[in-house]
Design a protein around this ligand. Structure first.
Ligand code: ZN
Length: 421
């Protein structure tokens, strides 16, 4: 059986106030100063947004690839810096798609729909209707293209800086790049963090809408938290080390999206998630079991799976009638749960091969047997350097590996058992 798709298998909302976030954006490039700009941004751990002019990409394709690979946001500034308000539909879409294709071919794969900054900031109802993406303007314009003086550029940026602002600079001029870097240094010293446009809005809790025009992210005192340590750029999912396993679990309906169409490979599995995917692996009907946990609400996406798994002895609560569904599963916990599931399926014999990881002594006593079984069956491996890392969280990618190996080792085990009995 497959449980209904959850809108989100987990969402965490953190709210703090007093954030100081800025998005710095570079237009009209790439150009001859973009490489040194990238060096300077990397040194300062700044992620910027590049509104690229499409017809320049082929001359600077290595630079575009570098922008992308260094975590900057790629964005569309038309093919030839056209005034988009003067174009018909066909020319308009060609301006955008040609640029998007040029960027995609420079970075080596489809970069997907990019946000648009119409050249000159010129837009009208047609531009909004046809763009099929958010329109990103700016709130700080140092007029760096006009006044080619690095100090002037820096001063104008610094004096206007405030939380949520979007800064416009052009990476075509040496003075612009120097001024921008000087401003970044000063603003970082004031406690500002520079993020991409998409990240700026994400951290303000704002979902960008297609056809809407944004000049800044409202300074609403909200910052959903620091850069997500588990985030993974899913345009690069095919390059993820676990990609074949991720594909397998998606195709076999074992794991669904984590958030919208994202897989979230580097996010830890929660207990609720883990039990849910095991219920999918089982193919059993999991409805009709009583939920005995006070912290598991009756109508969540994991309720039935948790009740089923607890009834079958695959998973236990954490005491006091609690299940702790949002807690992350460690690697050793994952082993124990999978070993319980293996036993439930009647799949012995028990493995007794001793563990030889360098960190074997880090494994909790209660988890030793489960880890021994899962390692012996080849379902879980070490992480390299002969380490198991038992107390690290099991990521969704690692869960995909465990599920895939299990499914391939014991295809349709439970169904077969049920036929037999
Ligand atoms: Zn421009």
């Amino acid at each position: 059986m497959t449980l209904p798709l959850s809108a989100a298998e987990t969402t965490a909302t953190r709210t703090t106030t007093g954030s100081k976030l800025l998005a710095i954006t570079f237009d009209d490039g790439p150009g001859n100063y973009t490489a040194s700009l990238l060096d300077a941004l990397a040194k300062r751990n700044v992620k910027a947004t590049f509104f690229v002019v499409g017809n320049r990409v082929s001359s600077y394709s290595a630079i575009v690839k570098r922008e992308y690979e260094e975590g900057h946001q790629m964005a569309n500034h038309s093919w030839d810096h056209a005034n988009l308000t003067s174009l018909g539909y066909a020319s308009f879409t060609s301006e955008l798609s040609k640029t998007q294709n040029a960027i995609s071919s420079a970075v080596g794969h489809d970069v997907g729909q990019l946000v648009l900054r119409p050249p000159g900031g010129n837009y009208n109802a047609n531009v909004k209707a046809w763009a099929n993406c958010p329109l990103i303007l700016w709130s700080i314009d140092p007029k760096d293209w006009k006044d080619r003086n690095a100090t002037t550029v820096k001063n104008r940026i610094v004096s206007q800086a405030k939380d949520g602002a979007i800064i416009l600079v052009h990476d075509l001029y040496a003075t612009s790049v120097q001024g921008a870097i000087a401003a970044i240094d000063e603003l970082q010293a004031q406690g500002y963090t520079f993020v991409t446009v998409n990240e700026l809005f994400r951290r303000k809790g704002i979902t960008l809408q297609n056809g809407a025009v944004y000049m800044s992210a409202p300074s609403n005192g909200i910052d959903l938290g620091p850069l997500d340590p588990y985030a993974y750029d899913e345009t690069k999912l095919s390059q993820h080390w676990a990609y074949t396993y991720i594909t397998y679990v998606k195709e076999h309906g074992l794991m669904n999206g984590f958030r919208e169409d994202l897989f979230g490979p580097n996010y830890p599995m929660t207990r609720g998630m883990f039990v849910t995917v095991i219920s999918r692996l089982s193919g059993e009907t999991v409805t009709g079991y009583e939920n005995t946990f006070s912290d598991v609400n009756n109508n969540t996406w994991y309720t039935e799976a948790v009740a089923w798994a607890a009834a079958k002895g695959i998973v236990q609560g954490v005491g006091n009638s609690l299940f702790s569904p949002e807690a992350y599963v460690t690697r050793e916990q994952a082993c124990v749960i999978m070993a319980n599931y293996l036993a439930y399926c009647g799949l012995g014999p028990a493995v007794t091969t001793p563990l030889t990881f360098d960190d074997t002594d880090q494994i909790s006593a209660w988890a030793k047997q489960g880890v021994t079984v899962m390692v012996g069956k080849g379902i879980i491996n070490g992480k390299g350097n002969n380490l198991l890392d038992p107390k690290a969280y099991a990521t969704r990618a690692e869960a995909a590996v465990i599920l895939t190996k299990f499914d391939q080792l014991f295809p349709n085990t439970l169904t077969a058992q049920h036929w037999r009995f």
